[in-house]
Design a protein around this ligand. Structure first.
Ligand code: WTA
Length: 633
């Protein structure tokens, strides 16, 4: 039985069903999956504590739902198409049968190396098929994977290892990205020096970079896999056992480990994948995200593979060897669904139309956007030049915490409206609140986006710190999940996401906390205090603007700025490097000592016509000085 919606009227019927009888709605879908033991109860929830459980006491293994459930039907079908960074290198096509065998072999490796149910395993790898195999093998043996984007620095990696007390790192020797040949294992080595829990490191050979292998700790992937059989009995797990932890930035402190559990995530990732992209059996689907982000988890790996889809995995970058690479890959494999981020669209748009014109792109049926608000200009460029005006564009709003797409058109079903994520998926109950917590009813309203009822793939906790989960998501509004995003419901009842209303920036579709960047800046010995804000950036969506108070003496300001940028790069990674650094003599503060970010945001955005009342500041004179200084940045 399929739960794929095929018309707008059916969408409305299904949506209503999901609201009237949520437990029946989701259990009907869940019944199409392979369970070792059925659930006693569909849902138990409390948003105040918070306590969220789906399919209580049911037993399963998610990889049995990818492999054993479907293998008769899809065994010889291509599961993963892998396109290497260098277009002249041989690509790979891996069938479901092969992926199953490789996953089983690597599951045996994990168990031989002492990994068992509940252990945390860090995956710090380039976009190669072994990364997918590593994730699936963890899931098969019941280990909890935590994929860390391979662009993060050794100290960011160490923080994550320490937070989840990981026992193993799976990595590679190096990473080809565009013209770069990046060290990966060396970063892992430096990270492990700052940690105490890692017992084993498995290293996949990719670039043939020279690496140090520590005897007894480090093992080559190809060597440990060599003699393993491809028989493996999946570990039987509980629906609410952890599937993975994924670290993401928040408004305060260090990144937190968002926890997802098996049963609910499995159901929602498949359901949302099939419905949003309207995937059909022989389609070739491509999501350009990295597996280090939630989009890669849900819509390169789990959603597509649970659906028996062919999912394309691309190792490289959109501009290598030239800015036509995405379009070349689409034509080469006749991609039918293409899912990318607005920042990539804007960057490719800026390279000029001549890079897309040579390509046919006529295989495309659906194009998608994720990660940040898509501006209307980029929407039209994408729709007209990539979708050739005929492909539905799914602008999908969701978050690491939501596990799956929450608000989005269903391709070809929900009428498109530029820059509008449009309508919630069945089972998703958005609500718009004003800052006092009053619900804004009807159309033409703007406020904070909350969700008032649980959905299967929602965050369960933040790893090791349940209080933080409660404070971040369930305390702003009583009894609601608070997203941190602003939203508008327009005159047609369509939702348009307006961006973050908290201190989280969205830089090239990557989430970055202002506090996180400030903490990194403050590590520079000459820095006294800093304040970081986002500002509108043509390509990145938002850029990072840092105001820094320094102990300059007779030090060169230009050098200092470079050093500060480098410090952030070393502590977090290149994606967090500030675009602009302004050395300031002070920061605008309230009488209670709070930095007035609102003013700093306006100055960074060059929007100084209405700074509001600054007379109540502790130091109103500083504002003028910062404005004068900012004109030179
Ligand atoms: C933003 C990425 C507007 C939003 C899946 C959210 C979006 C944050 C959209 C989550 C969209 C994501 N339109 N904004 N279609 N998709 N966002 O956790 O601010 O990396 O809160 O998850 O990205 O980012 P995250």
């Amino acid at each position: 039985m399929s739960f794929k919606i095929s018309s707008l009227s059916e969408y409305f019927v299904e949506y209503q069903k999901s609201i009237d009888q949520p437990e029946k709605f989701w259990s009907d879908i869940a019944e199409t999956f392979k369970w070792k033991k059925p659930w006693d109860k569909v849902l138990s929830w409390n948003f105040n504590d918070p306590d969220l459980k789906w399919f209580l006491n049911a037993k399963l293994n998610i990889t049995e739902n990818i492999f054993e459930r479907n293998i008769e039907k899809f065994g010889s079908k291509t599961a993963i198409i892998w396109e290497p960074n260098d277009p002249n290198e041989k690509p790979l096509q891996i069938t479901y049968n092969e992926l199953f065998q490789k996953t089983c072999q690597f599951s045996n490796v994990l168990q031989d190396q002492g990994i068992s149910k509940g252990d945390r395993v860090i995956i710090y790898m380039p976009m190669i098929p072994e990364a997918a195999i590593a994730m699936l093998a963890c899931a098969r043996v019941g280990a909890v994977h935590s994929v860390v984007f391979a662009g993060f620095s050794s100290s960011a990696l160490a923080d994550r290892i320490n937070d989840c007390q990981a026992k193993m790192v799976i990595t590679s020797d190096g990473n080809f990205r565009g013209k770069k040949n990046i060290e990966v294992k060396a970063v892992v080595d430096r990270a492990i020096e700052k940690t105490k829990t890692i017992e084993k490191v498995i290293v996949c050979k990719r670039t043939k970079a020279k690496v140090n292998m520590k005897s007894g700790r480090d093992f080559w992937w190809h060597e440990v896999v060599k003699n393993q059989t491809s028989d493996h009995k999946a570990t039987i797990l509980d629906s609410e056992d952890l599937l993975f932890i994924l670290y993401t930035s928040g408004s305060t402190g260090k990144p937190k480990g968002v926890v997802h559990t098996i049963g609910g995530y499995m159901i929602y990732s498949q359901y949302s994948f099939q419905n949003v992209f309207q995937y059909e059996n022989d389609d070739i689907y491509w999501c350009t995200a990295d597996i280090g982000w939630i989009t890669g988890h849900s819509y390169i790996i789990y959603g597509p593979l649970l659906s028996g889809a062919t999912t394309l995995m691309f190792e490289g970058v959109p501009t290598y060897p030239n800015p036509g690479r995405f379009w070349d890959i689409i034509d080469k494999y006749k991609v039918n669904q293409f899912y990318t981020a607005p920042t990539a669209i804007r960057a490719l748009q800026a390279h000029g139309i001549e890079h897309i014109q040579p390509y046919k792109l006529d295989s495309l049926k659906v194009i998608g956007s994720v990660g940040e608000p898509i501006n209307e200009e980029a929407w039209h460029w994408y729709h007209d030049n990539v979708g050739k005006g005929k492909c539905p564009l799914v602008d999908t709003w969701w978050q690491t915490e939501t596990g799956g797409i929450m608000i989005s058109p269903l391709a070809g079903i929900t009428p498109n409206k530029p820059a509008h994520a449009s309508l919630p998926l069945p089972g998703i109950q958005p609500i718009i609140l004003d800052t006092n917590g009053n619900e804004l009813i009807g159309n033409n309203v703007e406020g904070n986006l909350c969700i008032k009822f649980p959905w299967p793939s929602m965050i369960r906790t933040t790893y090791g710190d349940h209080k933080r989960c409660k404070e971040t998501y369930f305390s702003t509004y009583q009894g609601m999940y608070f997203t941190g995003d602003g939203v508008k419901r327009d005159h047609d009842g369509y939702l348009r996401i307006l961006g973050r209303v908290d201190d989280v920036m969205n830089v090239s579709g990557h989430r970055m906390g202002t506090a996180e960047v400030e903490n990194a800046i403050n590590e520079h010995p000459k820095v006294i205090e800093s304040a970081v804000v986002g500002y509108p950036h043509e390509i990145k969506g938002q850029g990072i603007y840092a105001y820094v108070i320094c102990d300059i003496d007779n030090y060169s300001e230009a050098n200092l700025i470079d050093e500060i940028k480098e410090t952030v790069r070393n502590i977090i990674g290149p994606i967090a490097k500030p675009d602009k650094v302004q050395i300031v003599p002070g920061l605008p503060k309230t009488r209670s000592g709070k930095i007035m970010r609102r003013i700093l945001r306006k100055i960074a955005s060059k929007d100084i016509s209405n700074l509001g009342d600054i007379s109540t500041l502790l130091n109103p004179d500083i504002v003028e000085k910062i404005i004068i200084g900012s004109s030179k940045i």
